[in-house]
Design a protein around this ligand. Structure first.
Ligand SMILES: [Zn+2]
Length: 562
């Protein structure tokens, strides 16, 4: 156990050491000229003082200086590449502290993505184009990340008839978040869902909607378990296409301004691709995995407890690493997405505590799915008890999602040295949440309360199925309280500076990379995004429309639309 703690702290000190050795050349008179200088911009550094600069100098994968145009020009030599930003705003690379990125790679190339699609007509055209390109009988599908309420021209769900008309010969499955799925007739046939026969066994009871005559409407509705029988049947990308699918996914992330992601569940097949790209110097997004021995039964708890002391984190580096145990400890205590209340039993909590105690004893950081009010309280009771035996103070234990958290809980978390990974599901699910929680949904998540509590917290999405993945959509929501489609669903908004800090610098703590990432400062890695308009001065309701003009990861341009 002591050995694991040492390994963990060694991992951290190694990172600090890198930052310091790179800073040193700055102090020398004969420092080498930078490889690249970006000048004539509005550099929103997101440093501790939120300072604004004009220019940045980069050498290798690091930022070596930040300052005025003249200061950077003095550092440059004839060999320095120079980019004129033409007044554009630049922000640090955006970090999503929790996105199921690697899982998405297994379907990305085959999936239709409606993230940012604001017109139903456009969505229909996308479906039609996919049908036209598909072989007869081939599945056409989308797996979450959107809601019909985002369609400004016609915010209504897809009916079976709509989808039959678009795709008479192909099965279609269009999933909204984890709330409901729209199937066409061909898809219903493949699942054996028909009038006058009982629901197939694998479907959750009551999840198949039928009209007054018993005819299936094409809608499957419920929570994650209701959607699972459908998504389980959808074909994934063929193994020979997995690398291309992963490439398409990462390009979309870079296009959206993302440069680093906390990833629950790093599947080995996709991880191998990332490792290969890293060895070839082609990795264009940093991934920090959250993984661990999940238990679903008391027997599995015993097995997990045997495995936890052997778990090794922080064996990688600032481009690929394993950093947390999570996001589930004991699955019966994994809150469903659309449940309004939880009722954790003493037996379940006892099992959760045995595992969490072992995680603390092993000195491992824990990142755990915690959503509903009563679950958060119950977890805090356990953690406070664990903390007395095995202090968790420096392990950055994190509650993830926390849409229902309150001030008292934040206070307890702060006392424990815990962090909050906040994933506003209401960005796409605000309508559903208002139906389920009434006016309480106006405080979900309570962003202002979280910000004012002083806890260390960061913004993420929980994409790509539960939520959309584009960070400027999340930032827009945090600042305006408007979900996609424009309806105001949140009262607890925050200022745009705090929102940006939560999506950059604060998230660097949530991935254990605060010495390397999260701000544009000398010594940090050169991850940054040049924007097509200024995040700080654009009208708030246009934040969602901001587009990266260029994305850079470790000094390398990975996306360029200038
Ligand atoms: Zn989760």
């Amino acid at each position: 156990m002591a050995r694991i703690s040492r390994r963990f702290s060694r991992g951290l000190s190694r990172r600090f050491a890198i930052a310091i050795t790179v800073l040193t050349p700055l102090l020398r008179a004969q420092q080498p000229a930078p490889d690249l200088v970006l000048s004539n911009g509005k550099i929103i550094t997101v440093d501790e003082r939120f300072s604004i600069a004009q220019a940045v100098a980069i050498q290798g994968d690091r930022i070596v200086a930040v300052g005025t145009n003249q200061e950077m020009a003095r550092l440059a030599s004839a060999n320095t590449r120079k980019i004129d930003l033409q007044g554009r705003a630049v922000i640090p690379g955006l970090i999503d502290n929790h996105m199921h990125l690697l899982r998405a790679a297994t379907t990305w190339q085959r999936e239709l993505r409606f993230d940012g699609v604001e017109s139903r007509k456009q969505a229909v055209n996308m479906l039609r184009a996919r049908v036209k390109a598909a072989a007869p009988g081939e599945w056409i599908y989308s797996i979450g990340g959107w809601t019909h309420q985002q369609f400004a021209d016609d915010p209504k769900p897809f009916t079976r008839e709509d989808l039959d008309q678009i795709a008479p010969n192909n099965p279609v499955s269009v999933q909204e978040s984890y709330y409901q799925i729209f199937l066409n007739t061909r898809a219903l046939q493949l699942f054996g869902i028909q009038a006058n026969t009982p629901d197939p066994e694998e479907f959750v009871k009551g999840s198949i909607l039928r009209d007054a005559h018993g005819t299936p409407t094409g809608v499957i509705r419920g929570d994650i378990p209701a959607t699972r029988p459908v998504s389980a049947k959808l074909p994934k990308v063929a193994p020979e296409n997995l690398e291309a699918s992963t490439r398409a996914l990462v390009e979309d992330m870079n296009r959206a301004g993302l440069t680093a992601v906390g990833v629950p569940g790093c599947n080995t097949d996709v991880l191998e691709i990332f490792q290969k790209w890293k060895s070839q110097g082609k990795l264009s997004i940093r991934i920090f995995c959250v993984d661990g021995a999940v238990a679903g039964t008391p027997e599995q708890v015993d097995q997990a407890i045997a495995q936890i002391p052997r778990m090794k984190l922080f064996q990688g580096d600032n481009s690929i690493d394993n950093i947390f145990f999570g996001e589930t400890v004991y699955t019966p205590l994994h809150d469903p997405m659309f449940a309004t209340k939880s009722n954790p039993t003493p037996e379940q909590l006892q099992l959760w505590r045995r595992m969490a105690m072992e995680i603390a004893k092993a000195g491992l950081p824990l990142h755990v799915h915690a959503e509903l009010h009563d679950t958060i309280d119950a977890f805090l009771d356990q953690i406070e008890a664990i903390n007395k035996e095995h202090p968790i103070k420096n392990l950055r234990w994190t509650f993830a999602h926390v849409n229902q958290i309150n001030a008292a809980q934040l206070d307890r978390m702060k006392k424990l040295g815990m962090y909050a990974a906040v994933h506003p599901w209401a960005v796409i699910n605000g309508g559903i949440m208002h139906d389920e929680f009434g006016d309480g949904a106006y405080d979900m998540p309570p962003l202002a309360t979280i910000q004012n509590s002083g806890i260390e917290w960061g913004l993420g999405t929980d994409g790509t199925a539960a939520n959309q993945y584009r960070p400027f959509t999340t930032l827009d929501f945090a600042v305006t309280g408007r979900m996609v489609g424009g309806v105001k669903v949140l009262h607890q908004t925050i200022g745009r500076e705090d929102a940006l800090i939560a999506h950059t610098r604060k998230n660097s703590y949530l991935v254990f990379e605060e010495s390397n990432l999260g701000s544009i400062q000398a010594g940090k890695l050169a991850d940054l995004v040049v924007l097509d308009r200024d995040y700080l001065s654009v009208p708030a309701e246009q934040i969602k429309n901001i587009k990266p003009a260029m994305t850079m990861v470790g000094g390398r341009i990975v996306y360029d639309a200038r």
